[in-house]
Design a binder for this molecule. Structure first.
Ligand code: SF4
Length: 429
C-alpha cells in the first residue's frame, strides 16, 4: 500500500547532504523548469491536482493564480514549517531527511510565481530540523542552486529561515506573517488575503512544507504521473503520521483514497494489544472524531472525510482503543487550545477557559447534566465568531465527542465520580 514519492530518500543515509541527494536525482528537474514559461508550471501543478497539505486542502496551483499581476511590489513565498498540530509529525521528516527536495520545490514555486525572496517559518523548538535545513540551504547557495543566479539562470532566489517562538497559532498563515515581520504572532482579519496583501503588505503565497516538497516529482514526471495516485478530487500521495493505540505507529506515505481501516490493519499493524477500536481522530487533534462504526466506511481523502462530517486535516491519524476515557481526552484537548489562544478575541480567550473549567468540574465529580448542555452551547457560540479558526479547532472536535460519546460525559455528571471505564490504564506516549 505504501508509495515512495516524497519519502523516496527518507531511508537513504545522509540524504540530507547535497552530494547524496544529487546522486538520487535532486535538482535534476531544473533545466526542464527553466525551459518552461512560469504560467505553464502553474498549469502543470493545477493539472496534477495538488492540494495544500497544511490542512485546508486548497489547490496549490489555484492559490498561486490568485496573485495580482503587475502591482510593482515584490512577491513573497512563505513556507509554513510551524508544524504544531498535536498528532502531526510529517513535515519534520522532510526537513531532516530530505531538505533538498524542499529547496528544489521552492525553486519550482519561485519560478512559477515570480518570487525572489522566501521565508521558511519553522518552530523554534525544532533545533535539529533548523540545523539540518540551514546546512542544506548553505550547501545549495554554495552550489549555485540559490543566490543571484539559480542554476546559472538570470534568476535570483534568497531563502531565510525564520524561527518562531513556539506558538501553535503561528501556523495560521496571517499570524505567521506577523511573526516574520517581527510582531506578536497574532492572526489578522481576512480579507485582505495574503495572496493580495501578505508579508510587508505585498502579495504572498503561503504553502506548507509537504506541498512544496511535492513539486519536484510533479515537474520531473509530469502532472499525470502524480494524479494516477489518489482519487479524482484528492490526487497524489500523502505522508500520514499514525499514532495512538496501534501496533506500529509511524510515518507512512500512501496514495489518497485508501480505506482507513485497511490502512490501520495492513500498514499500522491493527489496534494495540488486539483491543477493540473505539474511535479515530482522522487528521490531527482539531478534526472531529470518527466512531469505530464510521471508521468502517471512510476513506483517506478530502471528500470522504467531509461526507463523514469530519476533515482530512493534516493526515495525523490517532487511533483510540476501547480503554480511552473520552472526557479526559477532551480535557487535554481544551487545555491545549486554551493555552494556545493568542487572546485577542473574547470568545476564544474566555470561552475556551470557561470550557476548561466545566470539563474540570465534571472530572472532579462536581458536574451536572446542565454543564454538559452548557459545554455544547459554548461550542456553538464560540465557533466562527473569532478572528481565526483556532477556537473552531477546539470546539469542532469537542462537539463531536459530546455528540458521539455523550454517555461518557453523562456518566461523570450522574455518578458524580470519576467514571472512567474500568479497564483504563495509563496511555503510552
Ligand atoms: S480565535 Fe483565538 S487564537 Fe485566533 S485570533 Fe482569536 S483569540 Fe487569537
Amino acid at each position: 500500500m505504501e508509495v515512495k514519492i516524497l519519502s523516496e530518500k527518507f531511508e537513504i543515509e545522509n540524504a540530507n547532504l547535497l552530494k547524496v541527494a544529487k546522486e538520487h536525482g535532486a535538482y535534476s528537474t531544473l533545466d526542464k523548469l527553466f525551459s518552461m514559461e512560469p504560467v505553464d508550471v502553474t498549469e502543470e501543478v493545477k493539472k496534477a491536482g495538488l492540494r495544500g497539505r497544511g490542512g485546508a486542502g486548497f489547490p496549490a496551483g489555484v492559490k498561486w493564480g490568485f496573485l495580482p499581476k503587475d502591482t510593482g511590489k515584490p512577491t513573497y513565498l512563505a513556507v509554513n514549517s510551524d508544524e504544531s498540530e498535536p498528532a502531526t509529525f510529517k513535515d519534520r521528516y522532510i526537513l531532516v531527511r530530505d531538505p533538498h527536495m524542499l529547496i528544489e520545490g521552492i525553486i519550482i514555486c519561485c519560478w512559477a510565481i515570480g518570487c525572489h525572496d522566501v521565508y521558511i517559518y519553522i518552530r523554534g523548538e525544532y533545533t535539529t530540523q533548523v540545523k539540518v535545513l540551514q546546512a542544506a540551504i548553505d550547501e545549495a547557495y554554495a552550489a549555485g542552486y540559490l543566490g543571484e543566479k539559480v542554476a546559472g539562470q538570470d534568476f535570483r532566489i534568497d531563502v531565510t529561515v525564520h524561527r518562531g517562538a513556539g506558538a501553535y497559532v503561528c501556523g495560521e498563515e496571517t499570524a505567521l506573517l506577523e511573526s516574520i515581520e517581527g510582531k506578536k504572532g497574532q492572526p489578522r482579519s481576512k480579507p485582505p488575503f495574503p495572496a493580495v496583501e501578505g508579508l510587508y503588505g505585498c502579495p504572498t503565497i503561503i504553502n506548507n512544507v509537504q506541498t512544496i516538497a511535492s513539486l519536484p516529482f510533479i515537474m520531473t514526471n509530469g502532472a499525470e504521473a502524480y494524479s494516477v495516485y489518489g482519487t479524482e478530487k484528492s490526487a497524489g500521495t500523502h505522508l500520514f503520521g499514525i499514532s495512538g493505540h496501534v501496533e506500529k505507529p509511524g510515518m507512512y506515505e500512501l496514495p489518497l483514497g485508501l480505506p482507513l481501516l485497511e490502512v490501520l490493519e495492513k500498514v499500522a499493524g491493527g489496534v494495540w494489544k488486539g483491543r477493540k477500536l473505539k474511535g479515530v481522530i482522522p487528521g490531527g487533534s482539531s478534526t472531529p472524531v470518527l466512531t469505530a462504526e464510521e471508521a468502517k466506511t471512510v476513506t483517506l481523502d478530502y471528500e470522504s472525510m467531509a461526507e463523514h462530517g469530519t476533515m482530512f486535516g493534516s493526515g495525523g491519524i490517532v487511533v483510540l482503543d476501547e480503554t480511552v476515557d473520552v472526557v479526559k481526552l477532551v480535557q487535554n484537548l481544551i487545555h491545549f487550545y486554551h493555552h494556545e489562544s493568542c487572546g485577542q478575541c473574547t470568545p476564544c480567550r474566555e470561552g475556551l477557559g470557561w470550557m476548561k473549567k466545566i470539563i474540570g468540574k465534571l472530572l472532579e465529580g462536581e458536574g451536572t447534566m446542565a454543564d454538559i448542555e452548557l459545554l455544547r452551547e459554548l461550542c456553538d457560540n464560540i465557533e466562527m465568531k473569532t478572528v481565526c479558526v483556532l477556537s473552531a479547532a477546539c470546539t469542532m472536535p469537542v462537539r463531536s465527542y459530546l455528540d458521539k460519546f455523550r454517555h461518557e460525559f453523562e456518566a461523570y455528571a450522574k455518578d458524580r465520580v470519576n467514571s472512567a471505564p474500568a479497564n483504563v490504564e495509563l496511555q503510552r506516549n
